[in-house]
Design a protein around this ligand. Structure first.
Ligand code: ATP
Ligand code: MG
Length: 417
C-alpha cells in the first residue's frame, strides 16, 4: 500500500524541493492515529543526492469539502483513497483531542501544556495563507501548526513559546500544546498549538498602510510595539539567563562576502563595512535567547496589545545556530530595518524618511521605557546589527527583487556616515 507521493508532494505549496529532480518519495514510517487516519513520515530523495523528510497526515476515504477536493487528494493505495487530513475537520479535531489527552501513538508523543484548555469542540478550518507549514484554526480559540518539512532537534518556536507562556508573558500567543516523534537519538517536532488572537492584524500590513497614508500615524503603535518586544526580551533573559560575548564578527564578514558576490553595488562600501565589524571584535556585549528573525511581519496587533510570533529564528540557519544566544539588539535592528522597508517600498520621498525616523524613534522609546535600557545607547552595536541585516538584504534583493535593492543600499550609505 503505497500512495503516489512522488506526484502529490511537488504540487504542494510547502514542498521545498522545487528546482531539484525528485527520484523517490516513500513513507518510511506509518503511525495509525485511529482507524482511517495515519501519520506518515515521507522521505523525498533527489537525483542530486539530497533528501528531506515530510509529515503527511492521511485520512482514508474521507472526501473533503469540494473547494479542497483536488489539492487534498493524494491518490489511491490498495483500493482506498488517501486525502491530506488537514482538510478533514474530523481528523483535525481528533488530532486536537490527542494533544488535549497528552496521548501517545507509536513513536509519536502528544502533549498539552499544564493548566490550559484545548478547544476540542471548536470547528476546525484550514488557514488560507499556508507557507512552509499548514495551519488549522479552531473556532476563535486556537491555531494548530502542522510542520511539513521536519528536522531533528529542538524547535525554537515551541521551546521559546513554552518558556514565555509558562512565565505568563502577555506579548506572545500562549502555547497550548505540541506533538513530536523521535529521529534517531533526537526529538523531532511535528506540530504546535497556540492560542488564536481574534481580530488581530499583522504589523507589516498596519505599518505599510500608515506609511502610504499622508495622514498616517503609527507612532503610538510603534511605541507599544517597542515595549512588547522589550517585555519578551526581559522574560527570556529572566527565564533562560544571559551572559557576556562579542559581536559575531566572522558570521557577519562571511555574510558580507556572500552578498557582495551577487550584489556588485555593495563593492564600494565593503571595506568600510568590514572595518565596522572588525572594530567590534573585543567589545563585550550581553547575550541571551532572542527571537532571531524579528520584523513587522512577525508581530500581530490585537485589540488590546502586540504579540510577537514565530520564534523559529533565522530562516535557513541550522537549529544549533538558531538557538545560539545573541544580543537583543539583533531583534531591535530587525525591526528598525523593517520600518525602512515599510517606509520606502513606494519610493524614496522626504516623507518616507520622516515616517521611518518617527516610528523608529517611537519603537526605541517604547523599548527603553519597558526595558530600562536604551538600545540607542549602544549605537556601535545597533548599527552593526543593522548593517549586517542590510547587507543580507542587498544580496537577497540583487538576486530576487532588483527593484527593491535601493532600500538596503540607501540604508548602508546612511549607516556608514
Ligand atoms: P511564514 O512561513 O509565513 O512565516 P509560518 O508557518 O512560520 O508562516 P507564522 O509566521 O507563525 O507561520 O504565522 C503566519 C500567519 O498566521 C501570521 O502572519 C498570522 O496572520 C497568522 N497567525 C499565526 N499565529 C496566530 C495567532 N496566534 N493568532 C492569530 N493569527 C495567527
Ligand atoms: Mg512568519
Amino acid at each position: 500500500m503505497s500512495l503516489p507521493f512522488a506526484e502529490w508532494l511537488p504540487a504542494q505549496r510547502w514542498f521545498a524541493g522545487g528546482g531539484r529532480e525528485l527520484s523517490t518519495a516513500t513513507a518510511v514510517s506509518v503511525i495509525a492515529l485511529r482507524d482511517g487516519l495515519d501519520l506518515m513520515l515521507v522521505d523525498a530523495g533527489y537525483v542530486d543526492g539530497t533528501s528531506e523528510r515530510y509529515q503527511v497526515l492521511v485520512s482514508w476515504e474521507a472526501e473533503p469539502a469540494a473547494e479542497y477536493a483536488e489539492r487534498a487528494r493524494i491518490g489511491t493505495a490498495a483500493g482506498r483513497t488517501g486525502f491530506d487530513a488537514v482538510y478533514d475537520p474530523d481528523a483535525a479535531q481528533f488530532l486536537m483531542t490527542l494533544i488535549a489527552a497528552s496521548a501517545g501513538r507509536g513513536d509519536v508523543t502528544f502533549s498539552a501544556e499544564p493548566l490550559v484548555d484545548l478547544p476540542v469542540d471548536e470547528p476546525p478550518r484550514v488557514f488560507g495563507a499556508e507557507q512552509s507549514n499548514s495551519s488549522v484554526i479552531f473556532g476563535r480559540a486556537a491555531i494548530l501548526k502542522v510542520f511539513r518539512r521536519i528536522t531533528p532537534g529542538i524547535n525554537p518556536d515551541i521551546e521559546l513559546n513554552r518558556v514565555l507562556g509558562r512565565a505568563g508573558d502577555p506579548n506572545v500567543a500562549r502555547l497550548l500544546g505540541s506533538y513530536e516523534t523521535r529521529w534517531g537519538a533526537e526529538p523531532c517536532p511535528l506540530g504546535m498549538v497556540t492560542a488564536f488572537a481574534p481580530g488581530s492584524t499583522e504589523g507589516w500590513e498596519l505599518a505599510s498602510a500608515s506609511a502610504r497614508d499622508p495622514h498616517g500615524d503609527f507612532a503610538t503603535d510603534s511605541y507599544r510595539l517597542g515595549a512588547a518586544v522589550a517585555s519578551v526580551h526581559r522574560t527570556l533573559a529572566e527565564q533562560l539567563g544571559s551572559s557576556t560575548s562579542a559581536f559575531p564578527v566572522e558570521t557577519a564578514l562571511s555574510r558580507l562576502d556572500s552578498a557582495a558576490a551577487v550584489a556588485a553595488d555593495l563593492t564600494p562600501f565593503a571595506d568600510r563595512i568590514r572595518a565596522r565589524f572588525d572594530a567590534l571584535r573585543d567589545v563585550p556585549m550581553t547575550v541571551q535567547r532572542i527571537h532571531g528573525d524579528l520584523h513587522l511581519g512577525q508581530v500581530l496587533r490585537t485589540p488590546d496589545t502586540w504579540l510577537v510570533i514565530d520564534f523559529e529564528g533565522e530562516p535557513g540557519a541550522p537549529t544549533t545556530e538558531r538557538r545560539r544566544p545573541d544580543s537583543p539588539l539583533r531583534d531591535v535592528a530587525g525591526m528598525l530595518r523593517s520600518y525602512e522597508y515599510a517606509a520606502y517600498q513606494e519610493g524614496g520621498t522626504q516623507r518616507a524618511r520622516e515616517w521611518a525616523d518617527r516610528n523608529r524613534e517611537a519603537f526605541c522609546d517604547g523599548y527603553t521605557e519597558a526595558a530600562g535600557t536604551d538600545p540607542r545607547a549602544r549605537a556601535d552595536l545597533l548599527s552593526a546589527y543593522e548593517l549586517d541585516k542590510a547587507v543580507y538584504e542587498a544580496g537577497y534583493e540583487a538576486r530576487y527583487r532588483p527593484s527593491w535593492l535601493s532600500i538596503p543600499l540607501r540604508s548602508i550609505e546612511r549607516l556608514l556616515e
